[in-house]
Design a protein around this ligand. Structure first.
Ligand code: RUB
Length: 329
């Protein structure tokens, strides 16, 4: 593949395709692969012109970032790596490649340790005998539940199947493998079982400046049912899922995927008059969230802006900041 005169290495094309096709999925995993893709692209560069290398990397970064629109962890991880190069003055392409690959390694290792820390902090919020509900498959929230389970606190976990792609099955299998008592339920049974639930633990694809949490479609309904049943709602989220774009007034784009993920193409062909919609994320307002468990601490959703200010600077937020670089989608 070629973009703007630059050849995109096939390994990078593969990573982007796998993210698009959801073979690589989950916001943290997507972010780590995004960083890795930039490192691979850097290593594959064979020229000697530093300015050209920067342009090449920016082209690859824009290409990788556009794989899926909602998980802000992807542009954030890619920008983290590229901004390291932008801020440094390596004497040659060889050193510049080193800057990029080191930054990618740093991001990946930060991300891994963030999940471990979230698991420890989140488990503190689980009490002995708690019944938990989770939605979709989020590595951060599965790790919280497994850690609490190892501490002997978890009674049972209700896992929603999560139509249409059934990522709940991945979460259910991972939890069951650890010896957690798992009950898999259809999405429509959420309210029915919520009265037995003490705590909801889910992940995030993005956290907005006002503390709204964007996660797999249906999360907001789980939160609504939890509020009614007085169950607490915890979001397990690394801070690189906080969206700097929302500080400058942008909304988190909600990805709408193919109708064939909802019904098969035969049914679609037989019912051409029916419109099938497949939005894959929704926003849960901060009022429905008890706390966001981050690697920097357990915070009320309303404090999301503090994390963003700490990370990206005080107002006015520069639209020139690497994390704000124009998005292709
Ligand atoms: C996955 C999803 C997960 C978040 C957090 O959606 O909504 O809850 O990405 O996951 P999809 P993690 O399957 O469409 O990618 O905690 O693993 O980052």
């Amino acid at each position: 593949m070629e973009i703007a005169g630059y050849r995109i290495p096939p390994e990078v094309v593969r990573i982007r395709e796998d993210i698009k096709a959801m073979k690589i999925r989950g916001a943290g995993n997507i972010a780590r692969h995004g960083a890795q893709a930039i490192a691979i692209a850097a290593e594959k560069y064979s020229g000697v012109d530093l300015e050209d290398f920067r342009k090449y990397l920016k082209t690859v970064a824009d290409y990788v970032k556009s794989a899926r629109p909602t998980a802000v962890s992807l542009p954030n991880s890619v920008s983290y790596v590229v901004s390291r190069l932008e801020r440094s003055t390596p004497p040659s392409v060889r050193e510049a490649i080193e800057v990029v690959t080191t930054a990618a390694r740093e991001f990946i290792s930060y991300s891994e340790s963030a999940v471990k820390l979230i698991a420890q902090l989140g488990a503190r919020r689980i009490e002995r005998g708690d019944t938990i509900m989770t939605h979709c498959h989020s590595r951060a929230s599965v790790e919280v539940i497994i850690t609490a389970h190892r501490q002997g606190k978890v009674e049972r976990v209700y896992v929603k199947e999560t139509r249409p792609m059934l990522q709940g099955l991945i979460a259910a299998a991972e939890l069951a493998r650890e010896g957690v008592e798992v009950v898999l339920i259809p999405d429509s049974a959420v309210r029915y079982y919520m009265k037995r639930v003490d705590k909801v633990v889910v992940g995030a694809d993005a956290v907005a400046a006002n503390g709204a949490v964007i996660n797999k479609i249906g999360t907001s309904l789980v939160a609504l049912a939890a509020r009614e049943a007085r169950a607490r709602v915890y979001i397990a989220s690394e801070t690189y899922k906080f969206s700097p774009y929302t500080v400058v007034g942008e909304l988190v784009p909600i990805e709408v995927r193919e109708s064939t993920e909802v019904v098969d193409s035969t049914w679609l062909a037989e019912n051409p008059e029916v419109t099938v919609l497949n939005p894959v994320f929704d926003a849960t307002p901060p009022e429905y969230v008890d706390a966001i468990i981050t690697e920097r601490g357990v915070i009320p959703p309303q404090s999301a802006i503090l994390i963003l200010i700490e990370e990206y600077g005080v107002t006015p937020v520069s639209t020139e900041h690497p994390a704000y670089s124009p998005e292709p989608e």
